[in-house]
Design a protein around this ligand. Structure first.
Ligand code: SF4
Length: 427
């Protein structure tokens, strides 16, 4: 038994209807009150009749009556308006700060065994990866699951928005700059997100704007600021980039980031920083204003086309300067990477833009883009699949990630609509 479960039972009145206080007075709940997660009593403004007399006031919930004393509530006048002390087990007499003794309801006499059994089953120890309610999922109506996933996808986007807000703050509200920084961050993937973000911040917007229509100059600027153009090169291509970068440096105080920050460990060669930097340069050169262009795109296919930028032809047979590869292949950003940029960068940015502008249209558009993308295939979505829940699109696969990581993993079944349905129904 936990206090959180007692709160839940009281809030939803999942109790025997024939309630009575410890001294035998019948209790009828007209309103359970409003759950208070801050300091003070657990429920505000409950309405009850006790022995036929109507009471309006607060409810305090504890596992045991003696917890009142352990929490020193007698010394706190904020609890003077408690009209009923709801406990699992009554084991002590208590008084309020004003000297009154509140009535007590001992819940263990009024619980439904099936609800307690459902709760115990959900809370039973299991492996970290398991979905505790997997066996019961097929019994949950699709309407309930679907509407909960609709809420979770928004929660997921909001969680991803934290990075957007940080960058927006650092750029002093510059949407174009935030868009560039954010995309650069995700160009780096998990391994090189930080150096890519630092690189983006180390490239002055004025220089980017000046060389907008010259991908090679942009590549020289980015490679140079990435610290990758130091030293001597054999090939003409890096020598040209080096010369362009030194020319750019003449008129601007450019400080490259530390090249030691770049990581290659466990990276596919096509995701090496050299390739991604060249692709980023071509993306920047493909439009005069990334953010404004993206804002007009309502079809995910158009965004995928914009993001499908290819690296300079030198990289067709190189992963490093001066080291030709045996095979040649065009290094174009794949559709999967483009979709990850949509999911992780553009959708949260568009959502925050809608929130900042007070324009629901952009927030809806952010969710609609996810609905146009196919469901992701990863360890978590495969787990849901084997439990019988198949995501129809990326909005639902993102929602299922949120559910697994932020509800199932920490057993927040009492906050989960699926859990709420399971709790009320016997298997
Ligand atoms: S949080 Fe919800 S979906 Fe996850 S195990 Fe609990 S009831 Fe099931």
């Amino acid at each position: 038994m936990t206090e959180a479960f007692l709160h839940y039972l009281w809030q939803h009145q999942m109790l025997d209807k024939r309630l009575a206080t410890t001294d035998g007075q019948p209790v009828v709940v007209i309103s359970a009150g409003t759950l208070n997660r801050d300091a003070g009593p657990d429920f505000f403004n409950a309405r009850l009749t006790i022995d036929g007399v109507e009471w309006v006031g607060n409810i305090e919930v504890h596992l045991r009556t003696s917890d009142w004393n352990a929490h020193r509530h007698t010394a706190d006048p904020a609890y003077n308006n408690v009209i009923l002390h709801v406990v699992y087990e009554h084991d002590a007499d208590i008084t309020l700060h004003n000297g009154r003794q509140p009535l007590t309801l001992e819940l263990r006499h009024f619980l439904h065994p099936s609800i307690v059994a459902n709760y115990d089953a959900l809370m039973a120890p299991s492996t970290v990866d398991a979905i505790p309610c997997a066996k019961r999922l097929p019994q949950v109506p699709k309407l309930i699951t679907g509407s909960f996933l609709d809420r979770l996808v928004v929660e997921r986007i909001q969680a991803k928005s934290e990075l957007v807000r940080r960058l927006l703050d650092e750029s002093r509200g510059g949407w174009e700059q935030t868009c560039y920084w954010l995309l650069a961050h995700y160009f780096g993937g998990k391994v090189n997100a930080l150096p890519f973000e630092l690189l983006a911040k180390a490239t002055p917007p004025t220089l980017l704007a000046r060389w907008k229509d010259n991908p090679q100059r942009l590549e020289a600027l980015l490679m140079g600021q990435a610290g990758l153009l130091e030293g001597y090169f054999e090939d003409d291509y890096p020598r040209q980039l080096q010369a362009d970068y030194h020319a750019l440096r003449q008129g601007a105080s450019l400080i490259p980031i530390d090249a030691a920050l770049w990581r290659l460990f466990r990276l596919r060669p096509s995701a090496f920083p050299t390739i991604r930097i060249s692709q980023l340069a071509h993306l920047l050169a493909s439009t005069s204003s990334l953010f404004s262009s993206l804002l007009t795109m309502t079809q995910v296919a158009d965004i995928e086309r914009l993001f499908a930028c290819r690296a300079s032809s030198y990289w067709d047979n190189h992963y490093h300067f001066d080291q030709p590869t045996a095979k040649s292949s065009v290094k174009q950003l794949g559709r999967m990477q483009a979709d990850l940029l949509v999911i992780n960068a553009w959708v949260p940015l568009l959502f925050v833009y809608g929130e900042t502008m007070g324009n629901q249209h952009y927030k809806d558009q952010a969710v609609a883009l996810l609905e146009q993308l196919g469901a992701e295939d990863n360890a978590v979505t495969r787990q849901w699949l084997s439990a019988g829940l198949s995501p129809a699109n990326a909005a639902q696969s993102q929602a299922l990630l949120q559910l697994k990581n932020h509800y199932c993993y920490s057993r927040r079944c009492l906050d989960c609509r699926i859990g709420h349905h399971i709790m009320k129904h016997t298997s």
